[in-house]
Design a protein around this ligand. Structure first.
Ligand SMILES: [Zn+2]
Ligand SMILES: [Zn+2]
Length: 372
């Protein structure tokens, strides 16, 4: 060790970086129950830790339909949407490691990455409040717009590899993360038998997640023929149409009365929750993804009066850039391809039409791609 003291390099001072653009934009705004309309709004201002994205593709979620119907309250005037794919337009002074013009996604859940809940591994519950990590289109303006502000950019922006298109990664921010999360929380082991109740976009992603996790037999349940067909295409072994067969009796018979190791609930209703419990073996895991309203009750016979060693676990969409990086890798390595879920395409100008189609589940719609 010698005694010479080296002067540390001067810190690189970078001002705010941004591309030229107009000061207003189009955005899908919640006006009142029953009305989400396209309005002209100011482009969001960003803080030192934020980024501004120019949205290149986004989509509509079932949760947005609950907002539209007034079943999930948000502030009037809020821009809706929490599934952004875009290009970095502006970076706050404190953000490093990204460049203007870079293609990125952010999760539906944008945790701060610094608070006790985040550092404890519960990023979706950021700040220690239930759902605290869900900001976009909930507590701050969302991404069904030409531009969106992403808070805590360094915790949330994940670069998109050049060889993946917007539509290939469009499911990462929410439904892929949520559906896969249901399989992961269910602690599926290689060789497990799994049942997934409801095959909407999230249930379908749970089916893909169960397959990737090593399930050797997957039962799926729905009443919509297109969804059952997609379910088979994405990995279900037995897709049960509940209009024709009693799913509980069918699954119990097919497993020799043993029941499944893991049951995933992807709808948020008493009937599906209860059916999950009725097909679950003692010691099995009920992994719940649904959003329930009112009251949920436990049928005590199926719950073995509380003595069946059952595990009931819930999952909110995991977010943050590390989660997004992993999901992108699943797509880049061709372990999964979720492009078949994008069934319809609209421009941002047509978003009211897109809501109408999606909310009424017309024309076999699964997910819509919205291009500002
Ligand atoms: Zn969503
Ligand atoms: Zn946090």
């Amino acid at each position: 060790m010698n005694g010479s003291i080296k002067t540390p390099p001067a810190p690189v001072v970078t001002g705010r970086k941004q591309l030229p653009r107009s000061s207003t934009m189009k955005a899908a705004v919640f006006v009142e129950p029953g009305r989400i309309v396209l309005e002209e709004k100011p482009v969001p201002h960003i803080g030192p830790r934020d980024a501004l994205l120019r949205v290149t593709t986004t989509t509509i979620c079932g949760t947005d339909v609950h907002i539209l119907r007034g079943e999930y309250p948000v502030a009037r005037g809020l821009t809706i949407g929490h599934e952004p794919v875009g290009v970095i337009e502006e970076l706050g002074e404190a953000v490093t490691g990204y460049t203007l013009g870079q293609r990125v996604i952010a999760g539906a859940i944008t945790p701060c990455g610094q608070c006790h809940a985040c550092l404890d591994g519960h990023q979706a519950q950021c700040g220690g409040k239930a759902l605290g990590g869900w900001r976009l289109g909930n507590t701050i303006d969302g991404c069904q717009a030409e531009y969106v502000r992403i808070p805590d950019a360094m915790a949330n922006l994940a670069p998109i590899p050049d060889d993946l298109t917007d539509e290939q990664v469009l499911m990462c921010p929410d439904i892929m993360s949520t559906g896969f999360g249901g399989a992961e929380s269910g602690r599926i082991r290689i060789g497990d038998t799994v049942a997934v109740f409801a095959q909407g976009p999230i249930g379908l992603c749970a089916t893909v997640g169960a397959r990737l996790s090593g399930a050797s037999r997957i039962f799926t349940v729905d009443a919509v023929p297109e969804r059952l067909a997609m379910s088979r295409r994405l990995g279900a072994d037995d897709a049960i149409d509940l209009r024709e067969h009693d799913p509980v009796a069918t699954i119990l018979a097919a497993t020799g009365g043993r029941g499944v190791d893991v049951a995933i609930e992807a709808l948020g209703r008493q009937e599906t929750f209860e059916s999950c419990l009725r097909v679950l073996k003692p010691g099995g895991v009920l992994s719940s993804l649904g959003v329930y309203s009112g009251k949920l009750s436990l049928p005590l016979d199926a719950f073995a009066a509380g003595l069946g060693d059952h595990t009931v676990v819930t999952t909110l969409c995991p977010g943050g850039k590390e989660r997004m990086r992993r999901l992108i890798n699943v797509l880049a390595s061709h372990r999964a391809d979720l492009r078949p879920l994008v069934t319809h395409r609209f421009t941002l100008d047509q978003i009211e039409q897109a809501y109408d189609l999606f909310a009424h589940q017309r024309d076999g719609v699964l997910k819509v791609a919205i291009k500002p």
